[in-house]
Write a protein that binds this ligand. Structure first.
Ligand SMILES: Cc1ncc(COP(=O)(O)O)c(C=O)c1O
Length: 397
């Protein structure tokens, strides 16, 4: 049987493959510490679960409107106003089965074959996969640890042209943990405003895991470009609700309508019960989210301390999310037992086989020098993982 050209263009997700390899080793009895997945290790707060139970009991178990229940869309409108200074009406909000579907919806609605998608690197893996799926061309805009993995306005200006259709980035960023400040986003907006056909997808799913004193800033609140910015967010990270599968966007009306049409043929509305719980979560006090953020901050500091003791790792200080992304290029060319490390993926395999610690190579994120380590794990696991990583890296000569 011949698979469609469409599915042949779709790459499989590198982070999910790596997590599977780690699970296979675990099944063979190896004590693998997996620091691969982008998932808070906390359980969903109890009051949110209770809202789901109440929704079920109240019979909130039917199809919702395709773009989401009115209650959730109203909660999202309020959230955008309260936290982001963004003004949307309910018909500009579309709720989907995770922010991943939100981003795929947007791409499928605006991209034609050959369009260019600008991806500041390192980027979240799925952006490239989704662009590939649409037959678009990814333009990877590299950054380095020296600029804290943030592109500069001149970098953006150098790649934009009339074929540039989408600019997609996350801030705080998966995998680097970097976040753009208000002034940095304002400087980028000055370049963007020169390209009226460019649509900006601002993925703010790590908004609430912000370790800085500066309030999160949404590029969509900048007047000169706000009509072309789609603000994406979701419940997975800030509320520890990965399995509930709720993501959403605030978008120009024409795009919200198109995404609703597409979703109407694919999945219809997201799960009614998860939507009710999400509306409750967004309308509630952020106490639990702040507690989780504080725990991530403690772990970030722990990882900076422990990994900071390893000479060959170059580190930036992640300002948000729950990843650390060391530059590991100092190990390229070094060997152990006849195996030479030439790239981050080699180091990933080396650490998996010799330290039983699973990480993800920077190649998946468009970066040839980095290694993503998720610290959404217990302090005990993180200490043990860092010790094993150090021992294994010390063996490379
Ligand atoms: C930057 C970023 N955006 C979007 C998502 C998708 O999240 P979900 O589909 O769970 O809402 C993730 C998940 O890892 C992510 O890291």
């Amino acid at each position: 049987m011949q698979l469609s050209k469409f599915i042949q263009r779709v790459p499989s997700s590198a982070t999910i493959e790596m997590a599977q390899k780690a699970r296979d080793l675990k099944a063979q009895g190896k004590d693998v510490i997996s620091l691969t997945l982008g998932e808070p290790d906390f359980d969903t707060p109890e009051h949110i679960k209770e809202a789901a139970r109440l929704a079920m009991e109240a019979g909130d178990t039917k199809y919702t409107p395709v773009p989401g229940s009115l209650a959730l869309r109203k909660a999202i409108v309020d959230k955008f106003k309260r936290d982001n200074d963004l003004d949307f009406s309910v018909d500009q909000i579309v709720v989907s089965c995770g922010a991943k579907q939100t981003i795929a919806n947007i791409a499928l609605c605006v991209l034609n074959e050959g369009d260019e998608v600008i991806l500041p690197a390192p980027f979240w893996v799925s952006y490239e996969g989704i662009a590939d799926m649409c037959g678009a061309k990814s333009i990877i805009l590299k950054s380095t640890i020296e600029t804290d993995f943030k592109i500069l306005p001149k970098d953006l200006s150098a790649v934009l042209n009339e074929k540039s259709k989408l600019l997609i980035f996350s801030s705080p960023c998966n995998p680097s943990g970097s976040r753009f400040s208000k002034s940095e986003l304002e400087a980028l907006a000055e370049v963007i405003q020169e390209y009226p056909n460019l649509i900006v997808v601002s993925d703010e799913i790590y908004e609430y895991i912000n370790f800085t004193e500066e309030r999160h800033f949404s590029i969509g609140s900048i007047d000169s470009i706000k009509d072309r910015v789609v603000t994406v967010n979701g419940m997975s990270k800030g509320f520890a609700m990965t399995g509930w599968r709720i993501g959403y966007m605030g978008a120009p009306l024409w795009l919200a309508k198109a995404c609703t049409k597409l979703q109407g043929q694919f999945t219809s509305g997201a799960c009614s019960i998860a939507q009710a719980a999400s509306a409750h979560a967004l309308n509630s006090s952020p106490e639990e989210t702040i507690k989780m953020r504080d725990s991530f901050l403690k772990r970030r500091n722990l990882m900076l301390e422990l990994l900071g003791e390893i000479d060959g790792l170059k580190l930036n200080v992640p300002d948000g999310a729950f990843y650390i992304f060391p530059d590991v290029s100092a190990y390229f060319g070094k060997s152990y037992e006849g195996k030479t490390i030439t790239c981050p993926n080699d180091l990933v395999m080396y650490l998996l086989e010799n330290a039983y610690v699973a990480t993800v190579g920077g190649e998946s994120f468009g970066d040839d020098n980095g290694l993503r380590i998720s610290y959404a794990a217990s302090e005990e696991s993180l200490r043990e993982a860092a010790k094993r990583i150090k021992e294994a890296l010390d063996k490379l000569k």
